[in-house]
Design a protein around this ligand. Structure first.
Ligand SMILES: Nc1nc2c(ncn2[C@@H]2O[C@H](COP(=O)(O)OP(=O)(O)O)[C@@H](O)[C@H]2O)c(=O)[nH]1
Ligand SMILES: [Mg+2]
Length: 228
């Protein structure tokens, strides 16, 4: 059947999928020409075949990972927001400007928690961080009002131990008043052993996206001498 021929009633027309074109958008001084969902992976064996740098996003469920990725890509709902916590058990790959992937990782902390680090970071997230040579850095989100739980600190330590650069970012800045903000940032700095206060973003109000994009682009361009 020709693509533009009307299908008989009850027969599905064999049309190519509708392509939605988005005009380029500037986000925090960075121009997004294209952003697309490429695939969801449930195992290290099924990562995208295309070899491009990757930047992953991790944090507890509901901390705002998906919202932040949408905000960075200038999209409202490319990444599904507010899904049942713990239900997303895939690594979701989004290709930006045909140059790199942003990767939405499953939320930390909903797996059965025990004292061993093995249970605190799902095996395949750990395996991905250890083995994926294209992973250039990981953005770890912490709600600025909550300041970082034990599981956050243990997870970040485990990731740092693999040699993967970790950028701690505080989320939901718009939800904190001035004193909560100051207190939250100091608490995160101390708990994660940072030299300075972390970057604090709001996906809702689009705060901090310029600095975050700068950090991401720097990590992508970094010559990777850790993993070869
Ligand atoms: N006020 C506010 N709410 C946010 C912000 N980022 C995310 N949220 C909300 O927090 C909830 C969880 O966000 P989501 O992005 O799905 O978190 P994820 O589970 O880490 O991917 C949703 O209801 C979002 O609308 C933010 O910057 N400000
Ligand atoms: Mg999410």
């Amino acid at each position: 059947m020709m693509p533009n021929e009307k299908a008989p009633k009850g027969v599905k027309a064999n049309l190519p999928p509708k392509t939605v074109h988005h005009a380029p958008v500037m986000v925090g001084g960075y121009k997004i020409v294209s952003a697309e969902f490429v695939k969801g992976s449930t195992s290290i064996k099924h990562l995208p075949e295309e070899r491009l740098p990757q930047i992953a996003f991790l944090g507890r469920s509901n901390v705002g990972k998906s919202s932040l990725m949408n905000a960075l890509m200038g999209r409202k709902d490319l990444v599904k927001v507010g899904r049942t916590p713990g239900k997303t058990r895939e690594l979701n790959f989004f290709k930006v400007n045909n140059q790199f992937f942003l990767v939405d990782l499953p939320g930390v902390g909903f797996a059965k928690v025990s004292n061993s680090k093995r249970d605190q970071m799902a095996d395949f997230i750990r395996e991905y961080v250890e083995k994926c040579k294209d992973l250039k850095g990981l953005v770890y989100l912490v709600d600025v009002r909550h300041g970082g739980h034990a599981i956050d600190i243990e997870t970040v330590e485990a990731i740092r131990a693999t040699g993967c650069p970790v950028l701690i970012v505080a989320s939901k800045r718009d939800k904190a008043n001035q004193s909560e903000l100051a207190k939250g940032l100091r608490s995160i700095r101390e708990k994660f052993g940072l030299e300075e206060n972390p970057l604090c973003v709001s996906s809702l109000k689009k705060f901090g996206l310029d600095q975050l994009w700068q950090n991401i682009l720097e990590a992508i361009e970094q010559v990777d001498d850790q993993k070869g």
